[in-house]
Design a protein around this ligand. Structure first.
Ligand code: 13P
Ligand code: SF4
Length: 405
């Protein structure tokens, strides 16, 4: 396997991250807020904060010339110039290492990725919240439902799932014969950890007549215990079609409250929530209304009930994209994870999109281009589900795929 390793691995793992940290420090010294630095460099705010407070930083000496290149790149990023960050960092990296040792000249990361995809017969899926560099190299970018459907239909040997753990797990449940890779194993959805299998068993004992629907943001264990899965794109349809007046819905209480408003059924919700969507407040909506009265406000159903009540439209990420293409509004503000801004701007370049607040899902932002390359080089981190759990969880997912739009 030695010849499959990325030739520039040392640079990717040691030099590029430290260059990124130097740029973050320069941007902070130019007065850019950490939130903006995080967005421009595609790294999490805690990482920016560590870089800026010098807890992380250069682990090797650099020449004056490399320092000048770093400063000039930081200035371009600060000006918001349209640039290829990775390419510019590679240039600096080549300078740091000595140009004769640089392999990027002959083999760019994208070329390397193309070769690895061919060697592994792999397809790359990315959720709408992934950072721009990952969305841009993915074969498919979509919402949870679209990606589950694609994963079930793909004809390939390997799927690299750029998203969070439950998404890769869904692909492993639907296609156990494929190698499903989650590039960063720490990319987990905290909401999916807010309920366990025993909790669902207790709910079933308490409400024996009510079907249990689980949001796909759950573990395979929880799915195995439920009657049917749903995403925000198909939850209303699935609930309406179930032959029951009372439904147990897990784990998102905000989505549960929204579904209770949109259907005639009684919804018994679990008390989970998405920490990222919880950050978006009614104040953010009111400020936006005051600042830009002509702006349309579209929020995700994982938001707090008062945010949903004050918004103009409520959609999951796929619905937001469809809404953006049919809306006549020139300016749309979104209440969801900020990765959507890149997706929306790419699809609808003539419209203006802003975020109600800088809601970042740190787990969705863990994956970078180099992680995708590394995942394919080392076949990691392979996601598998024990066969007994997989079979039961698959029943709930298959039912969603049959019933979903
Ligand atoms: P979508 O199904 O709308 O893509 O949302 C997934 C998710 O994790 C929202 O936080
Ligand atoms: Fe989970 Fe929220 Fe991140 Fe979606 S945005 S993956 S629900 S933590």
């Amino acid at each position: 396997m030695q010849n499959k390793r990325f030739p520039c691995e040392i640079a990717v793992w040691r030099i590029l991250p430290t260059i990124r940290s130097e740029i973050a420090k320069q941007l902070a010294s130019l007065g850019l807020p950490q939130m903006v630095i995080s967005k421009r460099l595609g790294i999490t705010q805690p990482a920016v904060s560590q870089y800026v407070t010098k807890k992380r930083g250069m682990t090797f000496a650099v020449s004056d010339e490399a320092q000048t290149l770093i400063q000039s790149l930081a200035e371009d990023v600060a000006r918001g110039k349209d640039l290829n960050l990775n390419e510019r960092m590679c240039e600096i990296c080549a300078n740091v290492q000595g140009n004769d040792k640089c392999t990027f000249e002959s083999i760019s990361m994208k070329n390397r990725l193309r070769t690895l995809k061919e060697e592994n017969n792999a397809v790359i899926l990315a959720h709408n919240y992934q950072c721009a560099e990952v969305q841009d190299i993915a074969d498919y970018v979509g919402d949870s439902f679209e990606l589950s459907k694609i994963a079930s239909e793909l004809d390939c040997s390997t799927i690299v799932f750029c998203g969070v753990d439950f998404m890769a797990e869904i692909a492993a449940i639907l296609s156990p014969e494929k190698s499903i890779l989650l590039p960063v194993k720490e990319a987990i959805c905290p909401m999916s950890r807010m309920i366990g299998r025993n909790d669902v068993r207790q709910l079933k004992k308490r409400y024996p007549e009510a079907p249990v629907i689980c949001y796909v943001n759950t573990s395979a264990d929880v799915k195995a215990e439920c009657d049917v899965c749903c995403t925000s794109a198909n939850a209303i349809k699935i609930i309406n079609e179930l032959d029951a007046d009372r439904i147990v819905f897990v784990p998102d209480r905000n989505l549960g409250d929204y579904l209770a408003l949109k259907t005639d059924k009684e919804i018994i919700s679990w008390d989970g929530f998405c920490p990222t969507h919880q950050m978006i407040t009614l104040g953010d909506v009111l400020i936006k209304r005051q600042e830009q009265p002509d702006c349309e406000i579209v929020v995700h159903p994982e938001c707090r009930p008062e945010v949903i009540a004050a918004a103009d439209f409520v959609y999951g990420t796929g619905g937001m994209l469809r809404h953006a293409s049919r809306s006549t509004a020139r300016h749309i503000a979104i209440g969801t994870e900020v990765g959507m801004l890149h997706r929306l701007a790419t699809q609808e370049p003539s419209k203006e999109f802003t975020a109600l607040t800088n809601a970042i899902c740190p787990n969705m932002k863990r994956t970078h281009l180099e992680d995708v390359i590394h995942a394919l080089e080392q076949t990691k981190h392979r996601v598998t589900v024990p066969e007994d759990v997989r079979k039961d969880a698959k029943k709930a997912l298959d039912k969603m795929l049959e019933m979903g739009v």
